[in-house]
Design a protein around this ligand. Structure first.
Ligand code: CA
Length: 577
């Protein structure tokens, strides 16, 4: 389930193999293979060579033989994967005492494969971070993790540790939001020192600098990818920033807006009662209205709204109002309150003057997916409060507004905070500063600049896949940003940044969508061979209505259109235009 992405990936060592060769495809080996002595002696050799004097290595372990580890992916459950021989290190830097006497530090985790492919891979975080990550470099379903491919991989906790900095009286794992430096480290400030620490280790271990450096993440990790292109463009040649939460504080306003808006379609008394605003069958009715209005606009009624940009509220509203209940609520109709709520959610949050506070959202078929429900509504069976209440309330109160508000790590308290949030009185707090917080949450945590001049000039390439049915970060915000970049560069955006919408896909995966694709391979080709991705072939997974269906994903503003002949299940029957 997609919830696993909210935290950094977890691993479990299942077994230790006695011997055996790695199946990894190594492009090159540089120098002689490092030894156990070189791994375990690396920390001592780094004395005086660190880019930041506060760095220290806390452990180094040489894994001489391949091991089987359980690896999670964006598209599916953890699967046992054989990882190659490597040197594993844990490090820490910038240890300090912060607000409320909390001990903070930036902690990182590095794996250096014995058979190195000459490349560096930065594994981004997710959610509110605070987990050090497994440094395996997970990629898409059916794609070998970066470590298996021979990359040197680093992951990090972004400057706070959920194991020690969590405070149930101040938001739980979002308690770091009460410390200004921890906010900045979470937003972006931890990224460059960790990248430079990992590169220094690579240089010392292999006696060679990486030929190519990549940054890969989704959600908050996608926002971190955006941050490095804007703030630290010299560090990375290629960035895969999926479903980027680059407007996180504004998106958190939308989360509160959605709770209040959907709550008006039901009797919102407890966190769990929000789920009753729509039954699964009622969401399916709404999704059917979207398909009736817009599915065929891409040339084929196939359950995929390829031309989602043309799927206006007017077109969908016409279909929704056609199934509005006239004589009492039945299973075949939606109430006026439900239709109004859906229209207001899709329009996005506004203040009393009508000023937009985030973005609107596209109408799409993933509206009826579990991924959409878990963010916007929660479920009664099993009883789970909406992530917009639990994660949204905890984040908006502690991390994204200044000053932070004390809210217990409890769905009742989080709901009370979200319900009391006033979009005219309180929304400006994401841009506010005060003596304890000299920078606003927006300054520290957003990564939405359209100025990518430095990244472009150093030859960097940026790929941005984004689900059209993403329920927490609106793809419309991403597309607006892309158009800004395009305008700023005189129409040259596609020469170094491309957005690939994935119709039907939820947040980082899931939904009625072709959500299995290898965008990282496309990025590497672009960076290393200069081959810009004109399309990315994607496949539908087993939980979709059409397992095995293929489609090309197309760089915005192109849309996958049916050629008029050939199997509708094969990518070759479609063209991007
Ligand atoms: Ca279609």
């Amino acid at each position: 389930m997609r919830l696993s992405l909210l935290n950094s990936w977890t691993t479990a060592v299942i077994a230790l193999l006695a011997s055996g060769a790695s199946s990894a495809d190594h492009n090159s080996k540089i120098g002689d293979a490092p030894t156990r002595e070189q791994c375990e002696g690396l920390a001592a050799r780094m004395a005086g060579r660190w880019p930041d004097a506060s760095i220290r290595i806390t452990s180094a372990q040489f894994h001489a033989a391949p091991e089987v580890i359980s690896v999670g992916t964006f598209g599916g459950p953890p699967t046992p994967t054989t990882v190659p021989a490597h040197c594993e290190l844990f490090g820490v830097l910038r240890e300090r005492t912060g607000a409320f006497g909390q001990r903070y530090a930036i902690r990182f985790h590095v794996r250096l494969p014995t058979a190195w492919n000459g490349r560096f891979f930065f594994q981004a975080g997710g959610g509110t971070n605070g987990e050090i990550g497994n440094a395996l470099g997970q990629l898409a379903t059916n794609v070998a993790p970066a470590l298996v491919q021979g990359f040197a991989v680093v992951s990090q906790d972004s400057g706070h540790d959920n194991a020690t900095n969590t405070d149930p009286n101040r938001g739980g794992t979002t308690a770091f939001g009460f410390d200004a430096q921890a906010r900045a480290d979470y937003g972006h400030a931890s990224l460059q020192p960790v990248a430079q620490a990992a590169k220094a280790l690579i240089a010392a271990y292999y006696e060679s600098r990486p030929r190519f450096s990549y940054f890969v993440g989704c959600s908050k990790g996608g926002a971190e990818g955006m941050a490095v292109t804007q703030r630290y463009p010299e560090e990375f040649d290629g960035v895969l920033a999926s479903a980027p939460g680059f407007s996180l504080p504004r998106a958190a306003l939308a989360q509160a807006w959605d709770v209040q808006t959907l709550g008006r379609a039901t009797d919102l008394t407890t966190p769990h009662s929000l789920a009753a605003a729509f039954s699964d069958a009622e969401l399916a009715l709404a999704a059917k209205s979207v398909l009736s209005a817009c599915d065929a606009d891409d040339g084929l009624a196939d359950g995929i709204v390829g031309a989602f940009a043309q799927c206006s509220t007017q077109k969908v509203g016409h279909q929704l109002h056609a199934i509005q209940c006239s004589r009492g609520k039945t299973a075949e109709c939606l109430s006026e309150a439900q239709i109004t709520a859906l229209e207001r959610v899709h329009a996005g949050p506004v203040d009393a003057s009508g000023r937009a506070l985030y973005s609107d959202w596209p109408w799409d078929a993933g509206l009826a997916s579990r991924a959409w429900r878990m963010w916007k509504l929660g479920s009664s069976e099993p009883a789970m409060p909406a992530l917009n209440i639990k994660l949204g309330g905890a984040s908006l109160s502690a991390v994204f507004t200044t000053p932070p508000t004390v809210v217990r790590d409890d769905p009742e308290a989080q709901l009370a905070f979200v319900r009391a949030f006033d979009f005219t009185r309180d929304a400006h707090k994401i841009y506010a500063t005060e003596s304890q917080f000299p920078r606003s949450a927006w300054d520290d945590i957003s990564a939405r600049s359209n100025d990518l001049t430095r990244f472009r000039e150093r030859g960097g390439k940026l790929l941005v896949p984004h689900g059209v049915s993403d329920a927490v970060f609106s793809i419309n915000d991403t597309l607006t940003w892309y158009r800004e970049v395009d305008q700023r560069t005189g129409g040259a955006a596609a020469s170094f940044v491309r957005v690939f919408p994935v119709p039907g896909m939820g947040h980082c995966g899931g939904g009625p969508a072709t959500d299995q694709y290898d965008a990282f391979a496309a990025l590497m080709k672009w960076v290393e061979q200069g081959e810009a991705p004109e399309q990315i072939i994607a496949q539908a997974g087993p939980a979709t209505p059409w397992p095995g269906r293929q489609r090309p994903l197309c760089p915005y503003p192109k849309v996958a259109r049916y050629k008029g002949a050939g199997s509708v299940e094969r990518a070759g029957s479609f063209v991007c235009r």
